[in-house]
Write a protein that binds this ligand. Structure first.
Ligand code: UD1
Ligand code: CA
Length: 465
């Protein structure tokens, strides 16, 4: 009897292997927690895999399992591999939590740069009833598993380097380890894997020959480039991948119209969205989510973290900006520190050795030199003189400073919060302001100068030899 069958793609279960020790990192930190572009290697894999909308994300942990679990959090299913008996054994630990009708995609916590496109091709192959296997051609295949094809070009098996004969060692096509297969079939084939090999381990790679023996076609899927399947085993490889990752980010920025003084000297540890005609000088670091308008200029040595910079903002050398909203045409630095909660309206100027924290400055206001502004709300077109300090902290609590429009604060003033200085007021240089200043008022809060005529300078003391 004919049934009305609907074809829908099977659900996806992702299994990520992360139980290994990572001995060659020579580190107390588990290998998969070492950061690439500021984010743990394993998190990169999880983020890419999440884009497949999998039914389950399973991570196999062993070495320092607790530390890995604490860092990554509860968004995944953990499977523990108590003894590292091989990659086949590792996958087996996750299989009880996996739906047999799904496609299982095997990934590695130390292979961070795999692309979504490659994963999609691999999953599609398994959804069509094949075993999808991601391979790559390496000039120097080193100790990686070799792909063995027959005369017709069909993949027959994977031979591990340690088990390979010289002819097989010469093969340049390698196993990335990334594969996808129906869950039920994978469970069945894994149960047939033995340990009769050079390392005495349960090799996941033996599943390939077993699939062929069971008339399952193994589809080799070439990685888009070798880097996406390159694993991290030591700090040199980590540094090399970091550079590849950063060059990708640099290219993306240049493609949207950003000029980079040197594409090899920019670091993006998060995301940067940028308008056209920005200029970024050498050695600038972006952290978290950064948005740049058009025409933004950032000089050397700046670190911009989780901030929005409007059109034509200029950030001069060695300036730190974090958690700030900076409107168009502002100028920051050199050597300024803009801390979280800073909100600058159009055309604000923050000069050298100025620190801002949780403060709002209105359009056109200036603090050009050597100033600390914390927990303050400052109106438009104010001038905050050199050496001005908001005394916002009494040792226990933080207090607010309110400054109206067009206020002039003279050099070396201390504004003891809570305090209000109302619009068009003028604070004389060197004042300590402890009470509110009304509109259009001059406030002088300093000791009177005394001049003492005829005063005699002390002589220099005679020093003993
Ligand atoms: C494996 C492949 C090899 C492939 C290479 C790609 C096997 C037998 N070989 O070799 O064909 O070219 O990856 O990098 O699969 N792991 C566990 N539990 C274990 C063993 C390993 O979780 O018991 C994890 C490791 O943490 C690591 C990954 O699996 O993330 C790969 O293990 P590794 O020992 O590095 O395999 P290779 O010998 O490199
Ligand atoms: Ca490896």
């Amino acid at each position: 009897m004919a049934t009305n069958t609907q074809t829908s793609s099977p659900s996806i279960e992702v299994v990520i292997l992360a139980a290994g020790k990572g001995t060659r990192m020579r580190s107390k930190l588990p290998k998969v927690l070492h950061p690439l572009a500021g984010k743990p290697l394993l998190q990169h894999v999880l983020d890419t895999a999440s884009e497949l909308n999998p039914k389950g994300l399973h991570v196999v942990v062993g070495h320092q399992a607790e530390r890995v679990q604490e860092t990554i959090g509860s968004s995944v299913n953990w499977a523990e591999q108590l003894e590292q008996l091989g990659t086949g054994h590792a996958v087996q630990q996750a299989m009880p939590g996996v739906d047999d009708d799904s496609v299982v995609l095997v990934l590695y916590g130390d292979v961070p740069m795999v692309s979504l496109n490659t994963l999609e091709r691999c999953v599609a192959s398994a959804a069509a009833g094949h075993l999808g296997l991601v391979t790559a051609d390496f000039d120097d295949p080193a100790q990686l598993g070799r792909i063995i094809r027959n005369g017709a070009g069909a993949i027959q098996e994977i031979v591990e380097f340690k088990d390979a004969n010289p002819e097989q060692v010469a093969i340049k096509e390698i196993n990335s380890g990334i594969m996808a297969l129906n869950g039920g079939v994978l469970t069945r084939l894994l149960s047939q894997v033995k340990t009769d090999n050079a390392q005495g381990e349960y090799y996941l790679t033996d599943v390939i020959a077993l699939a062929v023996a069971n008339n399952i076609e193994v589809q080799g899927l070439k990685a888009e480039r070798p880097e996406e399947v390159t694993g991290v085993n030591d700090r040199l490889q980590l540094a090399e991948l970091e550079r590849v990752y950063q060059m990708d980010r640099a290219k993306e920025l240049m493609q949207v119209g950003v000029t980079l003084a040197d594409p090899s000297r920019i670091d993006v540890r998060g995301s940067v969205e940028a308008g056209q005609d920005c200029f970024i000088d050498a050695n600038v670091i972006f952290v978290g989510d950064v948005v740049l308008g058009s025409g933004v200029q950032i000089a050397s040595g700046c670190v911009i973290t989780d901030s929005v910079l409007g059109d034509n903002v200029q950030v001069h050398a060695n300036t730190l900006v974090e958690g700030a909203q900076v409107a168009a045409e502002c100028s920051l630095g050199p050597f300024a520190r803009i801390r979280p909660g800073s909100d600058l309206a159009t055309g604000v100027k923050i000069g050298n050795f100025v620190e801002l924290k949780k403060s709002k400055l209105g359009a056109g206001s200036k603090a050009s030199h050597l100033t600390y502004i914390g927990d303050a709300t400052i109106g438009a077109d104010c001038n905050i003189g050199a050496g001005t300090v908001t005394c916002n902290y009494d040792g226990i609590n933080k207090h607010q400073t309110q400054i109206g429009d067009r206020v002039f604060v003279g050099t070396n003033s201390t504004l003891v919060a809570p305090v209000e200085i109302n619009q068009d007021a003028f604070v004389a240089a060197g004042s300590t302001i402890t009470s509110n200043v009304p509109d259009e008022t001059l406030a002088v809060g300093r000791g009177k100068q005394r001049n003492i005529p005829g005063w005699v300078r002390p002589d220099r003391r005679k020093t003993k030899s």
